[in-house]
Design a protein around this ligand. Sequence first.
Ligand code: CA
Length: 243
Amino acid sequence: MRKRSLFAAGLAAVASLSIAASAFAFSGITNGSFENGTFAGGSWNTLHPGSTNIDGWTIESGSVDWTGSYWPASDGVLSIDLSGSEPGAISQALATTIGNTYTVTFDLSGNPACGPALKTMTVAATGASTEAFSYDISVAGNTLADMKWTNRSYSFVATTTATTLTFTSTTAGSCGPAIDNVVVTETVPTPEPPPASEAVTLADCKDDGWVLVVDGGGNHFKNQGDCVSYVASNERNSGAVAP
Ligand SMILES: [Ca+2]
């Protein structure tokens, strides 16, 4: 049985608050609404690999249409058709913390100007599973005047400090899935809640029990003797192995 005092539970709560506060260190995605950069105006700008026109984003392959007045964006005035002249892919590298969970939300529609009706795409993050998304314009009934944007979500656990997030069209032709309003939020793992509080007894220290118990500060003991000493000293000789 794992035991610790109420005092330890209080300390743990303070510790978890300070860990949660570190979430603010994540700066999120840059230009997730595709509003910033060098837009040449008009209905759309077709961009190819090498283009640095869209702040924060890299064109990975094929081409995408950075779309302006052609249709209303879901957020702001600019959005992306992931199939420009052909299926394209765009990406952005994020500074991530290994083990933290990142939730990517984005708005999805489909270019209704030409087929296929079913617009398909994938979202991928370095070291995580690729997920497929689709938007069927024949079901949604969207038009260039009313794109009927929908909100979608993808999440991953970071396995590296530099995660590349990639949106890829898998729709042939020049009328692909349309995306806008990409938002990435970070969730820091919650530490295990402290077990029920109860004072450590001599019996707890015996028969390798010292391995399982902790002192009032959440510290483990180096050996059975330290555990016994903790009990015998009325919890003054605390454990020496930090939680
Ligand atoms: Ca936008």
